[in-house]
Write a protein that binds this ligand. Structure first.
Ligand SMILES: NC(=O)c1ccc[n+]([C@@H]2O[C@H](COP(=O)([O-])OP(=O)(O)OC[C@H]3O[C@@H](n4cnc5c(N)ncnc54)[C@H](OP(=O)(O)O)[C@@H]3O)[C@@H](O)[C@H]2O)c1
Length: 324
């Protein structure tokens, strides 16, 4: 007897198949999630800075490469002939970018220009990951068509990379995301890791209640990118968690998820923090485009955090209960 599938069932299975995909920054949070999602049905070529890779897979290949090195990037792409390049590599510390402007520009802008040049040589589709920090945060919710106005150097570098993409002749997609969190081995700490660890150490916390946005489970972002590949979408897409929330309320929800007392977290204002970079106050995304064109609905805050907790339990069990 045949099985009747709805359109939604079919869309649920929209994972690319038999593509040759380069993932730069493959050891980072998003890079690992893309590898996890795509490597069983596609050839993945991971690129990152470390000498060796801890990722595995039948048709997985690792290249140790600094993507700021133009001729080596072009050579690697020419040799491997990918159909798709996903650039997740970046200097992501927004305060660090204020202090180390030259490095930030080299990695966040010049390296993207290198990838554009390389993609053009093999006619690859380049997917560049960008940020809510291209907006000033004064006029949310932000649609893909809204005018960017970055406040800090990180946002300026991400916008310059977007402009390089849009000014090129290659097949290109820009995916803006925000406040990424998730579970993976050997990554730098994200907001959820930070709050969870503080609570585990019995520390009380003050968190800003005047920075608002959509926390994004990295697995969701990877799934959204998979749909973009499968549906061959070009242009700009906003992909984030489905719910907008202040950092303070998000931190309290993290406490609840881990059975801690949310009242251990109190509210403070951004002005009382000594942060180097200016941040958008409210960078909430409008997600109508991904709902309509990709038929994609990411997790809300509660379900995203429950998924994070489940994955953390699995990872801890896999590494013998050591704390992360
Ligand atoms: N995290 C967020 O909240 C957030 C929000 C909005 C947008 N985004 C964007 O989303 C993307 C992915 O973020 P993520 O959190 O997954 O980043 P991540 O965890 O920091 O991963 C980035 C990876 O790229 C590597 N890398 C850095 N410079 C490189 C270079 N020159 N050549 C090759 N590899 C290099 C890093 O290596 P090292 O660790 O050794 O430096 C790291 O493994 C980034 O483009 C970021 O700007 C992130």
């Amino acid at each position: 007897m045949g099985v009747t599938m709805t359109a939604d069932d079919v869309m649920e299975q929209f994972i690319p198949y038999a593509e040759r995909i380069v993932v730069t920054g493959c050891h980072g949070l998003l890079g690992q999630k893309l590898h996890e999602l795509l490597s069983s049905t596609n050839d993945i070529i991971g690129i990152d800075l470390s000498a060796d890779s801890f990722l595995t897979g039948n048709s997985y290949k690792y290249i140790s490469l600094d993507i700021t090195r133009r001729s080596e990037v072009v050579d690697a792409i020419l040799e491997n002939q990918p159909g798709i390049i996903i650039n997740t590599a970046a200097i992501t510390g927004v305060d660090r970018c204020e202090d180390e402007r030259e490095l930030c520009w080299r990695v966040n802008v010049h390296a993207v220009e290198n990838l554009i040049r390389a993609a053009a040589k093999v006619d690859a589709h380049l997917i560049q990951i960008s940020s809510d920090y291209v907006f000033d945060g004064n006029d949310p919710p932000y649609r893909e068509t809204d005018l960017p106005r970055p406040l800090g150097f990180y946002g300026k570098s991400k916008l310059a990379a977007e402009n390089a993409m849009r000014g090129s002749d290659i097949q290109e997609t820009i995916v803006r995301t925000q406040l990424l969190y998730g579970v993976a081995p050997m990554i730098r700490s994200n907001f959820v890791d930070f709050i969870r660890t503080k609570l585990e150490c019995d520390e009380d916390l003050q968190i800003v209640d005047d920075q608002i946005g959509n926390p994004t489970l990295a697995d969701d972002l990877a799934r959204g990118i998979a749909r973009i590949i499968q549906l061959r979408k070009r242009g700009i897409y906003h992909i984030s968690g489905s719910e907008s929330i202040s950092r303070y309320d998000f931190a309290r929800e993290i406490a609840r998820t881990f059975d801690e007392d949310p009242n251990r977290i109190s509210a403070m204002k951004t002005n009382d923090l000594d942060q180097k970079a200016l941040r958008p106050q409210n960078s909430t995304f409008c997600l109508d485009k991904i709902a309509g064109e990709l038929r994609f609905k990411p997790f809300d805050v509660k379900n995203g955090l429950n998924e994070y907790r489940k994955q953390l339990t699995h990872l801890k069990a896999a590494i013998g209960g050591k704390s992360l």
